[in-house]
Design a protein. Structure first.
Length: 221
């Protein structure tokens, strides 16, 4: 009997990890359709691909198109790219939470989102606090399957130049060699590793909801 094919919904496909995830979903025979919800086009076509260029701050207006089996949320920004705290929170908190609410309203069972290691709604660090609040409010949706990935520093080459980040990544590669035991979760993680873990989680059962960086690697291994 032929396996029932699914529709994946992907938010943030133009980003580093989102782009890797899109490649995997398009090659995966378990999916016959991949719906993209983005602010800009990925710049190519594919038989499986449906692109919706939308205002991600008003996702509720696209409710009728937001249908499928699994939602993958890879949206996010940086303080350098978005220095204004209010705008930053609208992106890193507002968009994922709105997507989770829409997932609930449209009875989609699975929601997988990228957060960050150290996320904590009670943190005094703005970045960690925003990520923590995002996690808390996504969990309030009580979806059947929710997975929150908490990667450490994400490796890979970005399209825009970030000299400071590039130097930090180089340093982390060296430090990673001595990060053992409980420190292993702080090692740099590659975008493809996160993407592979997201696809695996969508198609397998996993007991944990919040998954730290070292466990993301273990899933793929």
């Amino acid at each position: 009997m032929k396996e029932i094919q699914k529709t994946a919904l992907l938010v943030g496909a133009t980003g580093l990890t989102g782009g890797k995830l899109l490649e995997l979903l398009l090659k995966d025979d378990r999916y016959d359709k991949v719906k993209l919800f983005s602010r800009s086009s990925v710049g190519f076509t594919h038989d499986k691909l449906e692109e919706y260029l939308v205002d991600l701050f008003k996702v509720e207006t696209y409710k009728s198109d937001f249908t499928g089996d699994e939602v993958f949320c890879c949206i996010g920004t940086t303080k350098k790219k978005t220095p204004d705290n209010e705008t930053y929170k609208k992106i890193d908190y507002g968009i994922p939470v709105s997507m989770a609410k829409l997932t609930h309203e449209n009875s989609i069972s699975t929601f997988i989102v990228i957060s960050a290691l150290g996320a904590n709604s009670k943190s005094n660090v703005f970045y960690n606090k925003v990520k923590g609040e995002m996690e808390d409010d996504i969990l309030l949706q009580n979806l059947k399957h929710t997975y929150i990935l908490q990667p450490s520093l994400i490796g890979g080459e970005r399209s825009e130049k970030r000299t400071g980040e590039w130097l930090f990544k180089k340093a982390m590669k060296v430090l990673g060699l001595i990060m053992i035991g409980s420190l292993k979760k702080y090692r740099t993680i590659e975008p493809i590793t996160i993407a592979k873990a997201m696809v695996w989680l969508a198609n397998n059962k996993f007991k944990e909801v919040k998954i730290e960086s070292d466990k993301i690697k273990n899933i793929v291994a």
